[in-house]
Design a protein around this ligand. Sequence first.
Ligand code: IMP
Ligand code: MG
Length: 193
Amino acid sequence: MHHFIGLFYIWLLITMEEIKIHDKVFVPYISFEEIEHAIKRMANTIYSRFGNERPVFVGVLNGVVMFMSDFLKQYPGECEVAFLQLSSYDGTQSTGDVKRKMDLSVDLTGRHVVILEDIIDTGNTLEALYAYLKAKPVKSVSVGTLFFKPDAFYKELEIDYIGMSIPDKFVVGYGLDYNELGRNLPDLYQIKE
Ligand code: IMP
Ligand code: MG
């Protein structure tokens, strides 16, 4: 049985192939199945903190769509959801200049707000979003991210919930893009250097 699983895994590695997006090559990195496990753990942890206090999950478009959709399906309690759009990335580089392209449509007065990010890299986006939400009359603001790059992060902010920590290398898939392509890949791919 063990041999069978081992062989199956090797077969899986061989059949999962490199992909090319624009001018760059990416290799398979984290499977959708592993991502789902991490999301389930996060949903249960966040639920154990908020229970039925009806938190509002705030997501940043477009990267967070896949994560938010899978996260909500795993969250076992009452909750609401809101989105906004921010942008700081140009190609594979964070520009450090975060622009808000869209405003929140939900009234957050007296609410527990949980920022849900697909990925936290330098922390520029998070810092801007955190300050924007903290300035509102909310009850609390906390932060969860599916992927976290600890070696790139340079802010003082606390990240309350982390799905998976990954090295400081550019990734695509599971909602994350390279110049708008690659978001629809169910698995996560890492840039080949
Ligand atoms: P930060 O402001 O540097 O923390 O970057 C956060 C945003 O940049 C994320 O919400 C993503 O949209 C994007 N981003 C950061 N790292 C990656 C990556 O490796 N691949 C794709 N997008 C990324
Ligand atoms: Mg994003």
